[in-house]
Write a protein that binds this ligand. Sequence first.
Ligand code: G3P
Ligand code: MG
Length: 243
Amino acid sequence: MTTLVNYAHRGASGNYPENTMIAFEKAIELGAAGIETDVQMTKDGELVLIHDEMLRRTTGLNSLVADIQSHDLLQLDAGSWFSPNFKDARIPTLAQLLDLAGQTGTILNIELKNGIAPYPGMEQKVIETVRAYGMENQVILSSFNHYSLIECKRLAPEIRTGILYMEGLYRPWKYALSIGASALHASHFAVLPDWVAEAAQHGVIYNVFTVNEPAEMLRLIQAGVAGIITDYPERLTALLNKL
Ligand code: G3P
Ligand code: MG
């Protein structure tokens, strides 16, 4: 019996439009104990769940998230690009997902997408929203912008953070500890069993992205990672059920 957390990447985004409520709900149905999502901020300061800084790919609108009012963003069709069956899907707010996760006991990995657009004040707003739902213990904040993670830790020492990175960090557990982070959110190319073991000796866990092939999932399970972030939570559920 493993305690590994099955995180659905942007929800069950392999088969449903990413970062929409249907993708989150299906992820839970498919056995995900956790959901990874990306948060950004509209012009009027609403926290919304979308991966790209630009709305074009998933809604067709040629605007930055940072340049649009929430009233207009929340009406956009965020599902048709994936399939006409999902034309009713909208971009959710962070509050909507916290509400769902609170009801279902789902762990949330909230990735602050502030590496390109800086979104001043977003850390404070995310933390206020998480606290308003009493979900401090059910959330892990991550970002490729590590300055932002330091700010999160300053504002909310009680909420766990995870450093996102792609490759080649030397002794990343030492670095993680130096900025108060609990977890390494590493690309799966940057994970070897010895490193997972050494990180664990320092009390630092690995949550690894984005892992869609069962053979690679198995390698990481055997390496002892704490979480796997996948577009196909049903594949990881099936594998974990077999072990
Ligand atoms: O949080 C893991 C993963 O989502 C990071 O990359 O680009 O899919 O947000 P990206
Ligand atoms: Mg992400």
